[in-house]
Design a binder for this molecule. Sequence first.
Ligand code: PRP
Ligand code: URA
Length: 208
Amino acid sequence: MQVKIIDHPLIQHKLTLIRDIKTGPKEFRELLEEVAMLMAYELTRNLPLEEIVIDTPVAKCSCKTLTGKKLGVVPILRAGLGMVNGVLRLIPAAKVGHVGVYRDPETLKPVEYYCKLPSDVAEREFIVIDPMLATGGSAIATIDMLKRKGARHIKLMCLVAAPEGVHLVNERHPDVEIYAAAVDERLNDHGYIVPGLGDAGDRIFGTK
Ligand code: PRP
Ligand code: URA
C-alpha cells in the first residue's frame, strides 16, 4: 500500500477533534482548513528552488525562490471545498480547478457532474484534495478527468483514507502519490470509512 501518512502531532490532534461527533460545522470547517494548510506544508516539502540575487536594505543577497512547474489545486466537490482555503493560504498563486463528483448512494459508483480546470493544465502540477478516500471511485474519476485534459503531475491529498481506496488508486494511477493524515480500518456496508468521521460534506455544510 503506497501512501504517505502525515503524522505531525498538530495534524493528529486536530484530526481527533474533527472526527469527534460533538464537533459542529463551524469548528469542523475551521479545523479542516487548518489541517489542510499543515498538510500542504508537508506536501510541498520538495518543491524545487533556484538562487536569485536581491537587494536587502543593507546589501545584495543570494536567496532562494520557488521555480519549476506552477501549481493547481483541484477540490472534489463538495467536501474538497473545505480544504481549499487552507492550501491557498500557503500557495496563494495556485490556480483552482473544480471537479464535481458524487457517490451514488446505492451503487457507490462516482457520478461526474462538473469540471472546470485552468487552461494551462499540461504546464501545472496538481494537488487533488478531498477529505475522504473511501472506495477510491471519486478520486479515480477526478484523476481520470485531469489526465484526459492533459495533466501529467498529480498528487492526491486526503484527510482520512480507507485501505480499499488506497489500493484502488495505487492500482489505477500508480504515478499518483497519496498523502493522508490517517488510514483507517475499513469500509462498512454503506461504503463509509470506519471509524472515519461520518459524511464530510454534510459535516462541513451542516446538511444532515
Ligand atoms: C464523499 C467524499 C469523497 C467521496 C469518497 O463525497 O467527499 O468525494 O465521498 O468516496 P469514494 O472514495 O467511495 O468515492 P460525496 O459523494 O458524499 O459527495 P459530497 O462531497 O458532495 O457530499
Ligand atoms: N464519504 C464520506 O464523506 N465519508 C465516508 O466515510 C465515506 C465517503
